[in-house]
Design a protein around this ligand. Structure first.
Ligand code: ADP
Length: 243
């Protein structure tokens, strides 16, 4: 596997009609990290991810593997190897799990009918199916999957696109405890080969699985470090963990 790029954000700022949602964020995510981005509602977490993925206009600098991505169009950023999920999983409900993965794998090639013309399933798709634990459900329509399984399928759709940096927005929201544990194990496995950033509200999940944590508050990075570091930080206790 080629060397993973790191993410380097400097002075990132996003304003909506004069309201500054992201207010000068510096953030470094090392290759292979499993970084959790936490903070109270409205702290700017989703807007930060929107800025990195090109969905909102921002100023400052976002470098991925040394290449400046700020101001580049969404498809350019995706092609650089950055992919994301949203809080609500977006899968094609009528298509099978396998077809969903295949369409994602072919997205860059503008192809969605590859399986019909091919006799075998491409190796990255088989691998992703195994990783997300849905091999036995490959031929089922995605619409019948449980909530957690849809989230895993969406993550699988990033894996087959060879995304190197996954940005996941509250991946365990609405999941059962078993699904949360399975998701944590999945993210750890993914972080062996890629870089993962998770926006999260669930503190127990963060404590169990984060390798590093950044706490956002009012559009700024309030605290950063290991789980133990940020939990011991009085500023974090004051704004977030204390209540
Ligand atoms: P978080 O993800 O940490 O909960 P968000 O990034 O969603 O926070 O929101 C940060 C702030 O920016 C909030 O005050 C929110 O209301 C505001 N905001 C987010 N998106 C928009 C938008 N499109 N227009 C105006 N304000 C927005």
């Amino acid at each position: 596997m080629t060397e993973l790029p790191g993410l380097r954000i400097r002075g990132l700022r996003v304003a909506f009609d004069g309201f500054t949602a992201v207010d000068g964020v510096d953030l470094d995510v090392q290759p292979g990290d499993l970084r959790f981005l936490i903070g109270p509602n409205g702290a700017g977490k989703t807007t930060l991810v929107d800025a990195v993925t090109g969905l909102v206009r921002a100023t400052g600098s976002v470098e991925f593997g040394g290449r400046q991505l700020l101001g580049r169009p969404v498809h350019h950023i995706a092609r650089a190897g950055i992919g994301r999920t949203f809080q609500t999983a977006t899968v094609f409900e009528e298509l099978t799990v396998l077809q969903n993965l295949d369409i994602a794998a072919g997205a860059g090639r503008g192809a969605g009918t590859l399986l019909r013309r091919r006799r075998s399933v491409p190796e990255p798709v088989t691998r992703a199916l195994d990783t997300i634990g849905l091999a036995e459900l490959a031929e089922r329509p995605a619409g019948v999957l449980a909530h957690g399984q849809k989230q895993w399928l969406e993550i699988g759709m990033l894996l087959v696109q060879d995304v190197r940096l996954l940005l996941l927005d509250e991946p365990v929201a609405g999941m059962s405890q078993d699904e949360r544990d399975a998701t944590g194990a999945l993210l750890r496995q993914i972080a062996e080969e890629r870089t993962v950033v998770v926006i999260e509200h669930d503190m127990a999940f963060m404590r169990s699985f984060a390798r590093s944590v950044s706490v956002l508050h009012a559009g700024r990075v309030l605290s950063e470090g290991t789980v133990a570091d940020v939990q011991a930080d009085p500023r974090v206790q004051e704004v977030y963990l204390g209540h």
